[in-house]
Design a protein around this ligand. Structure first.
Ligand code: LLP
Length: 436
């Protein structure tokens, strides 16, 4: 349970001065929790797959693009799914080997594809035009890259439109239910013996597990059809993507890998019988619960009868929540000036960020113990797709991030994951190095 560990870490961070008047915002990552998530993922699939089945869990780097996190996950047996040259560079910097790296993205350039094939990382082609580029590359040079096509099973979406990748009109992959598309995919494989994988990622926050399982079933059915028509086991690996939703409302009843793996085993029995190697690409579910943004309350004020805590956590660390508070509400925990959980009667208040627009609110009209000057507000469950979404408005710096774990003597030990962005970096990244 991350709650007590989080409370201890907040207190230690305040005590050790990692956060305070001079450093009013930091990110924290629970290393124990991340390890436990990785172990749970491995165990869940080990429990349902035939012995000896190759399984690669490739962490979706987009969720938390931090090299020490990728290195930690790599040590825990988790590879990397990358979607840009930058993410590939991070995975390589973390020491993730090419054989444990998968490239998916809807807009790969010829140079990116060439680089991927030269390295031997797995590639999922998004569309027919990309496949043509791969045709040319495969003809001109040998590669160890396993290559597949990404399909969109078009099973429907989750509750958040922008995150729904398997809708009828999604921009990702080959839309399987469009006229002629399925037959095109089958022919593409039959014409290209080097296509050995099939990929679909259809999960998204807010999507029922049953719908995710249906998408996997569709993908599996297509692979079976292709292999049957090929008269051999041409597709040897299925990449089922990620997408397990996370419960941001509480720590209870969050879907587990075990639950999902069991549902898959029940829905698609052949998937785990050893005929197919498997790739997964979970992002959010591995990290979300293990991150906290901790920010000092600079001022406590009121307006029109509303209490407002002005903190240092706003759009620069929580753009999604600030711009779409209904889709992405965050739980905010109150800690006192010494970093102890705050008690006291609930007061309706806004928790505001530092940016110069009225909507820069981490929480609006939230009932919680009153935040006062020098207290701390902690935005919970921010381990995935928050540190990834720095927003540079007002030139607010990216905060430093620390990993925390037990120090072996009953206390908390911190390790730097990312140093805070410096003013020099802000100036340089804002064109400061260019002559007039
Ligand atoms: N694989 C592929 C091909 C994906 O597109 C994604 C996420 C994943 C894996 C990982 O999915 P996860 O397990 O994290 O759900 N920016 C959004 C999230 C977009 C996710 C898109 N694709 C956000 O702020 O939540």
């Amino acid at each position: 349970n991350g709650g007590p560990r989080r409370d201890e870490a907040v207190r230690a961070a305040v005590e050790q001065g990692l956060v305070g008047p001079a450093t009013p915002i930091i990110g924290l990552l629970d290393i124990t929790g991340i390890r436990a998530s990785a172990a749970a993922l491995r165990a869940a699939f080990d429990a349902v797959t035939a012995p000896g089945t190759p399984v690669l869990h490739a962490f979706a780097v987009k969720a938390t693009p931090l090299v020490p996190v990728l290195r930690l996950l790599h040590r825990e047996g988790i590879g990397a799914e990358v979607a840009s040259p930058g993410e590939l560079a991070l995975a390589r910097a973390a020491g993730v080997p090419p054989a444990r790296t998968v490239l998916d993205s809807p807009a790969k350039t010829p140079a990116e594809l060439r680089e991927a094939l030269a390295l031997g990382i797995a590639v999922n082609a998004d569309n027919p035009q990309e496949l043509e580029r791969l045709d040319a590359l495969v003809r001109s040079a040998s590669t160890r890259s396993p290559i597949g096509i990404r399909v969109n099973p078009q099973v429907g979406g989750g509750s958040i439109g922008a995150l729904s990748t398997a809708t009828a009109t999604s921009k990702f992959g080959v839309a399987l239910r469009d006229e002629g598309a399925r037959e095109w995919v089958v022919r593409a494989y039959l014409d290209r013996p080097w296509l050995t994988r099939l990929h679909a990622h259809s999960g998204s926050q807010g999507m029922p597990l049953e719908l995710m399982a249906r998408a996997v079933a569709e993908t599996y059915g297509l692979a079976e059809e292709i292999n049957e028509r090929a008269g051999r086991r041409q597709i040897d690996t299925l990449d089922i993507g990620g997408g397990l939703p996370v419960n941001f409302g509480s720590d209870a009843h969050t879907p587990t890998y075990e639950e999902y793996a069991r549902l898959l085993a029940a829905t698609v029995p052949g998937l785990f019988d050893g005929r197919y190697g498997l790739v997964t690409e979970f992002g959010r579910s591995l990290l979300a619960k293990h991150g906290v943004v901790l920010a000092r309350v600079e001022y406590a004020k009121s307006a029109g009868g509303r209490a407002i805590a002005v903190t240092h956590a706003g759009v620069q660390v929580a753009a999604r929540t600030v711009y779409a508070p209904k889709s992405w509400p965050l739980r905010v925990a109150a800690y006192d000036t010494k970093g102890r959980p705050k008690a006291g009667p609930d007061v309706v208040q806004d928790v505001a960020g530092p940016a110069c627009f009225a909507g820069d609110l981490l929480a609006e009209g939230r009932s919680m113990p009153l935040l006062e000057q020098g207290d701390y507000a902690a935005a919970l469950d921010t381990g995935a797709y928050y540190f990834a979404h720095h927003y540079a408005y007002n030139s607010l710096a990216r905060p430093g991030i620390y990993g925390f774990g037990p120090d072996g003597a009953g206390g908390v030990r911190f390790a730097v994951v990312r140093t805070p962005q410096t003013l020099d970096e802000i100036v340089a990244e804002s064109g400061g190095s260019h002559a007039e």
